[in-house]
Design a protein. Structure first.
Lengths: 389, 296
């Protein structure tokens, strides 16, 4: 039985999604527009036997999340731009040391203190490359309250399956929006449990975890004497640091990349609307996808063939879907609340097969459907539009 | 690791009866708790002495090794994680106490021991020290204080004494050194102790006392870094450096608190001991109340 429909705020849906996904630890530091996630979880976590802690800063928060995850708990933190910047070193640590955890970044205008209460999509590249060094990452972008819930659950499932940090990129609009939703109950969801490796402690070594069979990391305080480090480590020797052998460093780096990239098609989800016969596609994510959808519907009413490709997974980049889109349409419109961050990525993937039209905004205002409609008009300059934009 | 420990002498060393009794183990028993007999530590470095003292303390308290984990930062001291064969976490520089807070909160039954260098603990990680102490979370933090950044090759640290030379204080350090025990006490630690690598048995006992204490325990181990501190500051012979520790260390009940401190003399022993509600126990109460309310 689903719960009754009620008005839920995006940030609250993230918090409830975390509880439903089995998260039992949250550490964070208050920051607009993410704070409600901490507030809700400070009430909800102890009710389910979990633990909430407000740390001294965001560096401490992500540190505590990693510690809790290593001790066996599903753990998350939530923040916004300035805090997300502070967390970067340890996000790299979680990636290197293969620690499952979820980082929610409710994006606001930046850089620096920027526009604390206004939405932005300025952190999409930081989510990908914010920490130093070669690494892979998974990032999901909700575009509705229902998705704040479902993608939080998905974020935990992916982080467990691939033993990696997963970033949920919400924004000030999505986080503070209220929609009537019936949140699913626990038994309606697929929730990945961590478990233990199916190898006895004496026989266990991290190298048994392959790209196709990623084993759970044993918890601190379990029968396994685990060693965790952010140094390059030898997966076949108890994970002890090994910084003097180039082949070990390369092998680890490639493994960390491949364990995600090899599964890219399974991880990278997109929603495609009206794409069957589209001549022009809009590639839009998060809150901007809502305006893009309205613009697409307007265009269809006007009789022009416009479709929408909405990445739900931003990283790894949904290459297959973009490839398919590039083969089909002549123009791809990429509206986003930053200056071309994903548009560059789309352009690189499209490789000249279609025209890529970017449209950016960094004034803290949402991109309105009319702005996208104007771009569509230009692509169909020969068409007579009845309605004005 | 055993070179500086005379096992015969140790067996007859006087115990401090106010602290848990630690019967020093033979090298063969100690090395069973190591992944490797080889370390990166320089000959004459005190880090091995403190590592051994930690193993002796854990054995004396009969902690379950499966339920004991050591979380450390980055630096020469942090390398301990690659040597001990319990569950160990080598975190980012300065972050050991943040990870420990998460691990202990998620699994309050875990014995969590944190090892940090002085830079790790009071420079980059200083904020976490203050707040872990304030929370009084049941973690034992051990600082290997060599008054220098060892790992990066001898730069000044917040515990480098005024006037000391380092590769980044070539004209003599003009900054005042932290008394990190005072800092931990002021921030709310409920067990604060200082020992030296010179006095092995007392150090092991002080560590054991910290682990046995319920609450945030802070143990400062004065250690010698002959390679970078010693060579730049006149005394590079490891044995001489230990003798300097002996000369400066004054048992806390004989210590004149109005006299000069730190460089010339410092109190050793249990400097502060108080009972205060421990953090994870207090939070367990929150869980009970929240669950009662949500059911009711
Ligand atoms: C964020 C960050 N900054 C700087 C460093 C470089 N670094 C490694 S160890 C260290 C200092 C070590 O000194 P200390 O903590 O006293 O430990 P010791 O080596 O003396 O035991 C520094 C600055 C780093 N690893 N990470
Ligand atoms: S540099 Fe100093 S602290 Fe580091 S191992 Fe050598 S002697 Fe020990
Ligand atoms: Mg040091």
């Amino acid at each position: 039985m689903p719960q009754p429909r009620r008005l839920v705020e995006g940030n609250e849906a993230v918090a409830e999604g975390a509880i439903a996904a089995g998260a039992r630890f949250f550490a964070g530091y208050p920051i607009t527009p993410s704070t409600e996630i901490a507030e809700v979880l400070s009430r909800r976590l102890p009710q389910v036997g979990g633990h909430f802690v407000q740390m001294e800063d965001e560096i401490a928060s992500i540190g505590a999340v990693i510690g809790a995850s290593l001790a066996g708990a599903k753990a998350l933190t939530a923040t916004s731009g300035p805090g997300f910047s502070l967390m970067q070193e340890s996000i790299g640590y979680a990636s290197m040391a293969q620690v499952p955890c979820v980082i929610v970044d409710v994006m606001r205008g930046g850089p620096s203190t920027g526009l604390p209460t206004e939405p932005s999509q300025g952190d999409v590249m930081q989510a990908r490359w914010g920490t130093h060094g070669e690494h892979s990452i998974i990032a999901l972008v909700p575009s509705s309250v229902a998705e704040c819930f479902s993608l939080t659950v998905e974020a935990f499932n992916l982080s467990e399956a691939y033993r990696t940090p997963v970033i949920l990129l919400s924004d000030a609009t999505i986080g503070h929006m209220r929609e009537a939703v019936a949140l699913p109950t626990r038994d309606e969801l697929r929730v990945a449990e961590r478990g233990e490796p199916d190898v006895e402690p004496d026989d266990y070594d991290d190298v048994m975890s392959t790209v196709d069979n990623i084993m759970p990391r044993p918890a601190l305080g379990s029968r396994y004497a685990v060693h965790v480090t952010g140094l390059v480590y030898d997966r076949s020797r108890g994970g002890v640091p090994s910084t003097g052998t180039p082949s070990v460093a390369e092998g680890l780096g490639l493994y960390l990349r491949e364990k995600i990239y090899h599964h890219r098609d399974a991880i990278a989800r997109v929603e495609e609307l009206e794409m069957e016969d589209a001549e022009v596609a809009i590639f839009a994510y998060g809150s901007v996808a809502r305006s893009a959808r309205a613009a697409m519907k307007w265009a269809r009413r006007q009789g022009v063939k416009v479709g929408l490709v909405r990445p739900i997974t931003l990283w790894p980049f949904p290459m297959a879907a973009v490839d398919h889109m590039a083969e089909q349409v002549r123009t791809i419109i990429v509206p986003e609340m930053n200056l071309k961050q994903m548009s560059w990525e789309v352009q690189a993937a499209v490789g000249g097969r279609a025209k890529v039209v970017d449209h950016g905004r960094i004034d803290g205002k949402l991109i309105r459907p009319e702005e996208i409609q104007n771009l569509i008009r230009r692509e169909f300059y020969y068409h007579h539009f009845e309605e004005t934009a | 690791m055993s070179a500086l420990v005379d096992e015969e002498l140790l067996e007859h060393a006087p115990h401090d009866t106010s602290l848990p009794r630690v019967a020093p183990h033979r090298t063969g028993e100690i090395t069973q708790h190591l992944r490797t007999p080889k370390t990166l530590w320089c000959p004459g470095c005190s880090n091995g002495i403190v590592t051994r003292a930690l193993i002796d303390a854990v054995l004396a308290l009969e902690l379950d090794p499966d339920r004991t984990c050591v979380i450390a930062g980055i630096g020469c001291a942090g390398r301990i994680t690659a040597y001990l064969n319990w569950s160990t976490v080598h975190t980012a520089h300065g972050r050991a106490l943040a990870l420990a807070t998460g691990a202990k909160s998620a699994d309050p039954g875990l014995n969590v021991i944190v090892v940090m260098g002085d830079g790790d603990c009071v420079a980059i990680g200083g904020n976490h020290l203050i707040h872990a102490a304030r929370r009084n979370i049941d973690v034992t933090a051990i600082v290997f204080n060599n008054s220098i950044y060892g790992m990066t090759g001898g730069q000044m640290s917040p515990t480098t004494f005024e006037g000391d030379l380092s590769t980044t204080s070539v004209y003599g350090n003009v900054e005042q050194a932290f008394d990190i025990c005072e800092l931990a006490r002021a921030a709310g630690a409920t067990y604060v102790a200082r020992g030296t690598s010179y006095n092995y048995l007392r150090l092991a006992q002080l560590i054991a006392g910290g682990i046995a204490h319920k609450g945030f325990s802070f143990v400062e181990a004065m250690v010698a870094c002959p390679t970078y501190y010693g060579r730049q500051n006149g005394v590079a012979d490891p044995a001489e450096m230990l003798k300097v520790q002996k000369a400066r260390a004054v048992p806390v009940d004989e210590f004149d608190h109005d006299g000069p401190r730190l460089r010339d003399r410092y109190p050793v022993g249990v400097l502060h001991h108080a009972e205060r509600r421990e953090y994870t126990a207090a939070y367990a109460d929150v869980v009970r109340r929240a669950q009662a309310e949500s059911r009711g």
